[in-house]
Design a protein. Sequence first.
Lengths: 168, 365, 100
Amino acid sequence: MSLALFLGFAVLLVLSALGVVVQRNPVRSALSLVATLFLLAVTFLFLDAHLVALLQIIVYAGAIMVLFLFVIMLLNLQAEPREAGRWGLKLFGTLAASLFALELIELARTKGAAPGGGMAGAVAEGFGTTEALGERLFTHFLLPFEITSVLLLVAIVGAVVLAKRKVT
Amino acid sequence: MGLEIGIAAVKAVVVLLMLLNLAGLLGWIERKGSALIQDRIGANRAAVFGFAGAGLVNTLMADPLKFITKEDVVPAGADRFLHFIAPCVSLFPALVTFAVIPFGDVLEVGGRVINLQVASLNVGILYVLAMVSLGVYGVVLGGWASNNRWSLLGGIRGSAQMISYEIAVGLSIVAMVMTYGSLDLQVMARAQGGVLSPWLPLPAWGIFYQPLAFLILLCGGMAESKRVPFDLPEAESELVSGYFTEYSGVKHLMFFMTDFVEVIIVSGLLTTMFFGGWQVPFLARDGFHFPGGSAVLLPQLAVALLQVISFTVKVVFFCWLQIMIRWTLPRFRYDQLMRLGWKGLLPLALANVVLTGAVILAVHT
Amino acid sequence: MVPVNYYLALSAVLFGIGALGVLIRRNVIVIFMSIELMLNAVNLAFVAFARQWHAMDGQVIVFFVMTVAAAEAAVGLAIIIAVFRNRETVNADELTLLRW
């Protein structure tokens, strides 16, 4: 039963991801991406990653995509007109991306064996909870955590400096 | 398995109905309350067989009928799909937030112990934050899909205000999570039973541990739901209705209802985290246990009923408080609003978190 | 019970679609969104592996990827705004000042 559910979500994910890439109106692309992020958060819930699923909604769907929508509205971007030429570029791009995806799928099929507990084994009691993530984050991954906070500070300062109107 | 799903479905339906009813009633409290404050009568013309019921018939029957039967106007040049989904995207996260707010302790029926909370996630409060951040989309899309520069202005102002105050609200919630050691709201509500100390028979509610977080959550919550004094995105005297000017009929009703549902959410959060949620002072699962030593035993059903009533009374009190604040204070100017959020509430919330951490460290060593 | 290969295949397909967006589209913001799609595909692979190996490290890496993606989105969009102010366009074909 969970296989049928997974396949349903997979089809929806692929469709909304295609919606991001194919649609000519940038606001609709952004909304398709929000739908993709939502569906991915649900997929994370299937994989016992509760905290990461909610963080996906809070950070990605709730903050980053709002920023994207803000910028699209600020720049007042309208739907792109249909372009006559460029079919060569589109064909080549589609072929290249499909080839890449097929290579990755083949790699996953042959190399993705199931050691280490496997997907069928039930996880430990607190797997995917905030306590488990925090325990790994603040012990083993403490240095990346501190560096990431400096990175966020740099990003804030950079974004403000870049987007300011120059006072002349 | 089927019974589990059935029980969860019944709980969800009960909570949804409670929420929608209270949202409708709040509309009436708002109109009548504002009339009383402003020394006028308020709406009292619509009547059924001569019974006007102090404005109840008007607000609860005539107004919804008027909204539902109005023509649905989509402005020319607007994106029809976005215009259609903006009110839905606005109302849906507000309604489902209530899935993690507990409205009672447990209900023992037929040998089963039913936890009176629709979804007991172990990351409960983060779910509330997630749904609050999804509420920004309704505002942004509502402003954009109207093809109207004043609606767009209201939409951009509204979303900038919401994302600014989300941070202060999140940090005050972090302080509460540190105090109670859990993200699940039911655990927080359960931890507020009992008294502060034997010689101080006050109930051990969160407000005595975190008064600053309460104030920050009250201000930040009112700013999140864009209520006066923070209602510049919807400034009735400037932008007509701001980001939902171009919506008529049921769409307007949905935006309007979002406002009241968010009031109820803020009240629910304040009640659960700071005022004991469903806790009645001195009431345990089997009856009252007074500090003197006497006890009054009650059947479990009566205890559950008392707890649900206590929760409802507290939530209605905070809704009333927010409505009173709305009709008392003037509106913030936009730069004052942003300054309050970033330079006022955010440093306070951060200081609160640091102070809480220091106190917890001192108490535990 | 879904084998991990299925999740990895889904991740690969999403990554391919993101790469497709970067190759085909000319609107800089849509290119940016396709990059975010690729990052999310990688997140899915990490979470699937974390589930397979019963190790929380995969989810910690996802946490970092999300943070870095947020920082990158903020700075990238600020750059796009600055470019738009000067060039009045977000079409990647017209931003050719550094071309040979």
